[in-house]
Design a binder for this molecule. Structure first.
Ligand SMILES: *[C@@H]1O[C@H](CO)[C@@H](O)[C@H](O)[C@H]1NC(C)=O
Ligand SMILES: *[C@@H]1O[C@H](CO)[C@@H](O)[C@H](O)[C@H]1NC(C)=O
Ligand SMILES: *[C@@H]1O[C@H](CO)[C@@H](O)[C@H](O)[C@H]1NC(C)=O
Ligand SMILES: *[C@@H]1O[C@H](CO)[C@@H](O)[C@H](O)[C@H]1NC(C)=O
Ligand SMILES: *[C@@H]1O[C@H](CO)[C@@H](O)[C@H](O)[C@H]1NC(C)=O
Length: 491
């Protein structure tokens, strides 16, 4: 729609002239991408404070670091609450003692906040609020700030979900212009769910378990300075959201906790995830179908399964993912590093995906494209159709692998991977073994110094593609910001 025409105007150009790729020349400071211009925020009045329920002055400071591209004070105040419609859960009867059921207080407080102009919904510092599955529904009257400074805890007993939707704990739906922040914690109490999971207790049927925080159809979402811990299953899910900035998050769960993805994106566009630490039992960040224009910067990941595009195309589905930039990541002890995984028999594409400036330590499969992904008890049969994987660049990837095979490109025979670009790679095996690479139907080129030498088929194509790179977004103002980063690969 109109978005796609915008794309062409905010391009990070990754211009690649493939072919024999003898020379590398990278212009500009690669770390400059995703940098944001500072903004002059306007302070909002802090009247109406109560002792435990005062909006943080830091709201402004943090928001100021964000990049809404304009520098006019007036517009900044558009999405920061100006008035002090402070809605504190304590005033609605929440006890915050970790035992009393505070669900009703949260529901009532949300109703008030959502129907007020520029409300600040406050979960005070130093308290623990036990909250059962709850839906925060919009649309709301205007932008809402949820300031979580205390801890919101989920009930530990899965039976609390009997008769309720087992897929969710806290769910935001159709809430536009939402900011969630405050330095607090969402604690999923997932231990019993993990013990009952079919991945842990093999005799149990595989059933769904809650995602700690789901944002669905939430446009122009800001989430920052929060911890999400020990979710029942996925920690944060973004579904059908456009214009998201997530900054300074911590997402934590033990490495053995099943399916506890950190941040999962589906059908979402224009998303920036930055300065975030994720250590869980599944993917740090997973990006699935119908997601476009996704930028991550400065992600620390581990334990877990790494950063993943996919899985795509399960059940012969059509999957589409394009314009993904993973810029600056540190991965430690993860089972995969940078991965694209697709099921056989599917269709669609995964293209214009760049992984750059990534440091790995003790990562089992540092670089992997797997078009034979099969996460099922029955083996998957070979099929001819597949999600087309093309225009994927791995640039400046360094570190150590826990296995010998440091790069794997297992591509479909009928739909081979095309234009895979490898530049400035140095991966060694922690075991001291000579590192190896595996390639099947993978075409592309290498440039700069690449060690070990990949087996990729040299692809004599003079291709140029443009990768649109968004670094921040404010949908309400129809604005997006980009930072120019240009790479040239020349013969
Ligand atoms: C996060 O919130 C806490 C608690 O309000 C505050 O002290 C801290 O400065 C914030 N951190 C960042 C990075 O803004
Ligand atoms: C990267 O993210 C970490 C974790 O949030 C933060 O402490 C650090 O300052 C960030 N680095 C930069 C360069 O912003
Ligand atoms: C990674 O594994 C090493 C060795 O087992 C351990 O010392 C280190 O703490 C682990 N790091 C993380 C982030 O889990
Ligand atoms: C499917 O194809 C892969 C890759 O070509 C091959 O390794 C594997 O043996 C095949 N599996 C079956 C069941 O034919
Ligand atoms: C690559 O393609 C160009 C243009 O078609 C041709 O001149 C050149 O010889 C080819 N190089 C190789 C190595 O095939």
């Amino acid at each position: 729609m109109e978005k796609s025409s915008q794309l062409s105007t905010l391009l990070l150009l990754l211009t690649i002239v493939c072919g024999q790729c003898k020379k590398t020349h990278i212009e500009g400071n690669p770390f400059s991408i995703c940098e944001h211009s500072n903004n002059q925020g306007r302070l909002w009045p802090l009247s109406g404070e109560t002792e435990n329920c005062s909006p943080l002055a830091s709201t402004i400071d943090l928001a100021r670091q964000f990049s809404i591209e304009d520098s006019s004070n007036v517009e900044m105040s558009d999405w920061l609450p100006r008035s002090s419609n402070v809605v504190c859960v304590d005033e609605f009867g929440a006890k915050g003692d970790g035992e009393n059921d505070d669900t009703k207080a949260f529901k009532n407080a949300w109703r008030k906040a959502c129907s007020s102009a520029r409300a600040v919904f406050i979960v005070p510092h130093g308290k623990r609020y036990l909250v059962k599955p709850i839906k925060f529904s919009g649309p709301c009257k205007s932008a809402v700030t949820m300031q979580v400074s205390g801890t919101i805890i989920a009930p530990a007993d899965p039976r609390v979900w009997d008769g309720l939707n087992r897929r969710q704990w806290l769910r935001f739906k159709e809430v536009d212009d939402l900011t969630v922040e405050g330095g607090g914690t969402f604690y999923g109490s997932g231990e019993q769910w993990w013990a009952e999971s079919c991945k842990i207790k093999k005799t149990n049927p595989c059933r769904s378990a809650p995602t700690a925080i789901t944002f669905e159809l939430c446009n122009n979402l800001r989430m920052m300075n929060l911890t999400v811990e020990n979710s029942q299953q996925m920690h944060i899910k973004l579904r059908r959201c456009v214009g998201v900035v997530a900054d300074h998050l911590k997402v934590l769960a033990p490495g053995h906790s099943p399916n506890t993805d950190g941040i999962h994106l589906s059908a979402s566009k224009d998303v920036v995830i930055r300065n975030t630490i994720i250590g869980t039992g599944d993917d740090c960040i997973s990006i699935v179908s119908d997601s476009f224009n996704i930028c991550t910067e400065n992600i620390t990941c581990g334990p877990g399964h790494g950063i993943s595009i996919g899985s795509l195309g399960e059940g012969s589905a059509k999957a589409q993912v394009a314009d993904v930039m993973v810029h600056g990541a540190f991965l430690e002890n993860t089972t995969n590093g940078l991965r694209i995984k697709t099921w056989q028999g599917s269709s669609g594409f995964a293209r214009r995906i760049t992984f750059q400036n990534v440091q790995m330590q003790n990562v089992k499969h540092p670089i992997i494209i797997d078009q034979y992904y099969c996460d099922s008890k029955k083996p998957c049969l070979n099929k001819t159709s597949a999600v087309k994987v093309s225009d994927v660049a791995f640039l400046n990837i360094k570190g150590t692998s826990a296995s010998k095979e440091v790069m794997r490109f297992a591509c479909s025979q009928t739909v081979p991977c095309e234009n895979i670009v490898l530049a400035d790679i140095d991966l060694t095996a922690t075991s001291g073994c000579t590192p190896t690479t595996y390639c099947e139907n993978a075409m592309g080129c290498t440039t700069g110094s690449v060690s070990p030498r990949p087996c990729i088929l040299n692809y004599n194509q003079t291709g140029i593609y443009e990768l649109s790179m968004l670094v921040s977004t404010d949908r309400r103002k129809g604005k997006q910001e980009k930072k120019e980063y240009i790479s040239h690969f020349q013969r």
